[in-house]
Design a protein around this ligand. Structure first.
Ligand SMILES: Nc1ncnc2c1ncn2[C@@H]1O[C@H](COP(=O)(O)OP(=O)(O)OP(=O)(O)O)[C@@H](O)[C@H]1O
Length: 681
């Protein structure tokens, strides 16, 4: 077959697949929602809506992007052919026209090699333009052909100028990434990777893979994706819907714990202390301290009769509830409930002992009786997490009692409330670190939403207490942890995966590295890698699959540098020291260049990005303003260099450094004792 006739045949398959997809959508819309009862009908309706949404997702995307031809088998003497796409498409008779990329049969498309063919004779990739099939690329694995990263279609995809939000990488997932994407649901993973190695992409595709592969286990309380900030969430928001997954909750850690607003700023050292794992112990002791020792018999009145529960028995019940609380079997509020029930059951037994036959509803009435309620309130009061926290901050004797030996006097003094104490806990102004503590307390008092799998991105920046907040959302499930210790800029960051994983409740998660960079051009990465010796000596330098002729330039004027970027296609970020954001916006405006802020919709050509908000984002061109000032703005040199490392590694095609001050010396000194980052492929 000639290339043209292959293309024509594939184009015909594409049109047929689209027609089948239309038919599947029509069929889904025709199905009525009649279940056996109203609830079942509602459930069916929901499922149907989800299915229609799934089938409609990203209708502009080609129905398939690849194909595998399998070796001949007894049942299929000429070898089966599978087209691989974003979703399963079948014809009228139910035969697959396209198989979902997540299906086990699609795996060899990503993983087969000449060494391990996995039953595949030929792998074909397709190129598209405006929804039309325009090219294809074959690897005859059985003839020893394997392109790897040298594939033109793969390189085109990687080098496509970036505009707007993040895209899925489903057509070009690499074997090392695929292994992580398809790890089973019970496996917790920690993916450590240099900037642009595809951690976020892998984490999101893993979420989609798990939903497809474990629908039963994930249908109810599925997958939660946690990102560092709302700009990042907006940037990644389209990836999962484009893969047909609309039901995944995506949130920031701050949103996760926002029971109270964060309206108070506080010194870094206070925030660091409040993020320390020892706070968990303090809060726990504080909560337990509210349990009082019963001193009297309890005497519930039923009708006109009084039943006496002797104090020794009452103490036993309280001890029993306390043990359940300590063992984590019960939260505070349900332990209160348990206590009420224990007392009511005691009365029931007393009545039975004298020949009565009290009903369940009478027993429930005893549990709710005034005497039982007053007793429970006195030994096991209802607690407001804000009140407990405010008391710890405003009552030094109480804080000291709850501390044990874990916090020093200096540390306790740091926690003390500054300014006039709030009149009521409801009026207290809390900080972002307090929000996490309120969440910890809330978790001690009552249960929260729990997920079967959590994907947490930029996890290197989480404080131990934030890690615990994430872990609480996944008490029995697994976690995919994504991050890069070299990019840890938060002052409370642990800087070590074993520590972070322990606080995430996953001490045995395997740390898996990704070292091939798909974003940053080689010459830009080579300079960034010089910083590693100073910011994360144990992290190996990454290599880049990409090089650009004018990838790294230096100049002195922002507007000129931006204009040069405007001359080529793609998104542009002007990454600035935070304090300069307004000035640079003004400078660009007076130069006649329209620029947006990060708070505005994605898709603007030029965005001014404060250095502290650049994490996780990427742009085709980056104009990086005054690196030395970005470093100096952080409390420590290492923190500053890490911030610069993040900012330096946001560009896909070109990085234009604009500076009048000398560059930080760590950037200009070549790497010693290290392998320079090579270009792969
Ligand atoms: N296999 C791939 N095929 C095509 N593009 C890819 C592949 N892997 C990653 N990319 C692209 O590389 C870029 C970087 O990916 P991603 O943002 O996931 O990296 P990251 O490791 O999370 O980076 P950072 O540490 O900076 O947050 C993205 O544009 C992504 O789409």
């Amino acid at each position: 077959m000639t290339a043209d006739s292959i293309l024509a045949t594939e184009q015909a398959h594409l049109l047929q697949s689209l027609a089948c997809l239309d038919e599947m959508r029509d069929a889904a819309e025709r199905i009525a929602d009649y279940g056996v009862d109203a609830l079942a009908s509602e459930g069916l309706g929901r499922m149907r809506a989800a299915r229609i949404q799934h089938l409609a997702a990203d209708a502009s995307a080609p129905p398939f992007f690849g194909r595998t031809d399998r070796e001949a088998e007894a049942e299929h003497p000429s070898g089966e052919v599978f087209h691989i796409g974003r979703r399963h498409i079948r014809d009228d008779s139910g035969d697959p026209m396209v198989v979902d990329w997540r299906a086990p049969i699609a795996r060899p498309f990503y993983r087969a090699s000449t060494v391990d063919r996995q039953g595949v004779r030929l792998r074909r990739r397709f190129g598209f333009a405006d929804g039309r099939l325009t090219s294809f690329e074959d690897e005859r694995l059985d003839a020893g052909e394997e392109l790897g990263l040298a594939s033109d279609l793969l390189r085109e995809e990687i080098e496509r100028p970036r505009v707007g939000p993040m895209r899925d990488i489903v057509a070009t997932i690499q074997p090392d990434q695929d292994e992580l994407v398809r790890a089973d649901l019970d496996t917790s993973l920690c993916i450590q990777g240099a900037p642009g190695t595809g951690k976020t992409a892998v984490g999101l595709h893993r979420a989609a893979y798990l939903l497809y592969s474990y629908p039963e286990r994930l249908r109810r309380s599925g997958v939660l994706v946690v990102g560092p900030n709302s700009a990042f969430l907006r940037y990644i928001a389209q990836v999962l819907p484009a893969l047909g997954e609309n039901g995944i909750q995506q949130t920031t850690v701050d949103q996760l714990v926002a029971h109270v607003p964060a309206t108070r700023q506080e010194p870094v050292e206070v925030a660091v202390l409040k993020g320390d794992a020892r706070m968990a112990d303090l809060l726990r002791r504080a909560v337990f301290s509210y349990i009082a020792k019963p001193v009297d018999d309890v005497v519930p009145i039923v009708g006109t009769r009084r039943y006496r529960i002797p104090v020794e028995r009452v103490r036993r019940y309280v001890d029993d509830a306390r043990r359940s609380l300590a063992a984590g079997e019960l939260r505070w509020d349900s332990a209160r409930e348990r206590l009420r029930n224990l007392l009511a059951q005691d009365v029931r037994r007393q009545r039975e002992d004298v020949g009565g036959a009290p009903s369940d509803s009478e027993t429930r009435k005893v549990a709710r009786s005034q005497q039982v309620r007053e007793f429970v309130d006195s030994v096991w009061p209802a607690l407001d997490p804000r009140a407990v926290l405010v008391r710890l901050y405003t009552d030094p004797a109480f804080a000291r009692r709850c501390t044990g030996t874990s916090l020093t006097d200096e540390e306790l003094a740091l926690l003390a409330w500054t300014g006039a104490p709030p009149r009521t806990p409801r009026l207290a102004k809390f900080s972002a670190a307090d929000q996490v503590l309120v969440d910890e307390l809330t978790g001690l008092l009552s249960s929260n939403d729990a997920y079967v799998h959590v994907v947490v991105d930029e996890a290197q920046d989480l404080s131990p207490m934030q890690c615990r907040a994430v872990a609480r959302r996944c008490p029995l499930g697994s976690i995919t942890v994504l991050g890069d210790v070299a990019q840890a800029t938060a002052p409370w960051a642990a800087g070590s995966w074993p520590v972070t994983l322990t606080h995430l409740g996953q001490p045995h998660a395997v740390v898996r590295p990704l070292t091939i960079g798909y974003r940053v051009p080689g010459e830009v990465l080579e300079v960034a890698n010089r910083l590693l010796a100073h910011i994360a000596p144990n992290v190996p330098p990454a290599s880049s699959v990409r090089a650009g002729g004018d990838a790294l330039t230096y100049s002195t004027d922002v507007a000129t540098a931006v204009r040069r970027c405007l001359a080529v296609a793609g998104s542009i970020a002007v990454i600035v020291p935070d304090a300069r954001a307004d000035a640079v916006l003004g400078e660009l405006a007076s130069a006649g260049i329209e620029a947006a802020t990060l708070a505005e919709e994605l898709g603007h050509r030029v965005t001014v990005v404060p250095a502290t908000a650049a994490k996780g984002l990427e742009y085709d061109s980056v104009v990086l303003v005054e690196p030395a000032e970005i470093v100096a703005a952080e409390p420590t040199r290492v923190g500053g260099l890490r911030r610069l490392y993040v900012a330096w590694t946001r560009a896909v095609s070109r990085l234009a450094v604009v500076h009048q001050q000398p560059l930080p010396e760590e950037l200009t000194e070549p790497m010693e004792h290290r392998e320079p980052a090579g270009l792969i492929g």
